[in-house]
Design a protein around this ligand. Structure first.
Ligand SMILES: [Zn+2]
Ligand SMILES: [Zn+2]
Length: 298
């Protein structure tokens, strides 16, 4: 199973000069997971734009798009996702049932004529075949893939958000993507169960508890729907069983104001904390901050 990170910023694409964000990138949320002839795209932030350009050059894979929620940073790349405009492509788009509108109606909203020159209906009439599937988070997604299983969980975020757990049928390896999610005092029973035996966890660490980084201090951002890498490392490692160490904890959904220098500092600090608190058998083998174009094979 291959994971590629196409976008790992939260809120908006970073407005900072390219030389200040060249290590981590500036695209908003988008992750790609491939196993065999199947692909899952989690979220459609601006990272889905270069992914779309790549898909145009490749053989067509069975592709589903799973949206964590419909805040701008998770859908704003969709109108610029080139394969949508090309006949022959087929996509299933999954998102929550929650409001008085369907997933399709909400996505049409961001391409209504006030906001965009071409409507989603026109795109569907001339381009790819797109199906929209509204679901209630919790349990198996029932997405009819042969190589990958998908489970979902409700997260703690204003307006709601869905966490995705993706498991390879062949290898039983598991990747969990949790963005956007504000931590509570503990992980809680449901999240602990969801993270059990995960090989890779992507965790929303937009904020920090390190006092010198005032602009992104968690204590000023309670209720904004995001977490810290420090909380993830401390709480997740407490729950890891010796026979199932976590291979990678990947901190993601970086604040758009965080330049490379800040993210490198936060990453280094977290690595030092891991060295200090991890037991000999290395419960969390590696802590790393997400970067655009990062690839992980498990
Ligand atoms: Zn977000
Ligand atoms: Zn959000």
């Amino acid at each position: 199973m291959k994971l590629k990170i196409w976008g790992c910023r939260g809120s908006v694409p970073s407005w900072l000069p390219p030389e200040q964000v060249k290590k981590f990138g500036n695209r908003t949320t988008c992750y790609e997971i491939i196993e065999g002839n199947e692909r899952i795209i989690i979220d459609a932030g601006t990272g889905i734009i270069p992914l779309g350009n790549e898909i145009m050059k490749q053989d067509k894979l069975e592709t589903i798009i799973c949206l964590s929620h419909l805040h701008w940073d998770h859908i704003q790349g969709l109108p610029f996702f080139v394969p949508l405009y090309v006949q022959g492509f087929q996509f299933r788009v999954y998102g929550r049932v929650k409001w008085d509108k369907t997933l399709e109606e909400i996505l049409q909203g961001q391409m209504s004529h006030w906001h965009f020159p071409i409507s989603l209906k026109e795109v569907s009439a001339r381009g790819a075949e797109i199906k929209y599937i509204d679901f209630y988070p919790g349990g198996d997604l029932h997405c009819d893939l042969n190589n990958l299983r998908v489970h979902t969980l409700e997260l703690n975020h204003p307006g709601g958000c869905i966490g995705y757990k993706i498991t390879s049928v062949k290898t039983r390896k598991t990747i969990v993507i949790l963005t956007d999610n504000e931590h509570r005092e503990t992980l809680g029973v449901e999240l602990e169960g969801f993270l059990d035996k995960a090989n890779i966890i992507l965790w929303d660490g937009q904020y920090t508890t390190i006092e010198e980084h005032k602009a992104i201090l968690y204590k000023y951002k309670h209720g904004w729907g995001h977490s810290t890498g420090e909380f993830a490392l401390r709480k997740i490692r407490e729950k890891i069983q010796e026979q199932h160490p976590l291979e990678k904890l990947i901190i993601t959904h970086h604040d758009p104001s965080s330049v490379d220098e800040i993210l490198l500092d936060l990453e280094e600090t977290l690595k030092e904390v891991r060295e200090l608190i991890s037991r000999d058998w290395k419960d969390v083998k590696e802590v790393i901050f997400a970067r655009d174009n990062m690839e992980v094979e498990i």
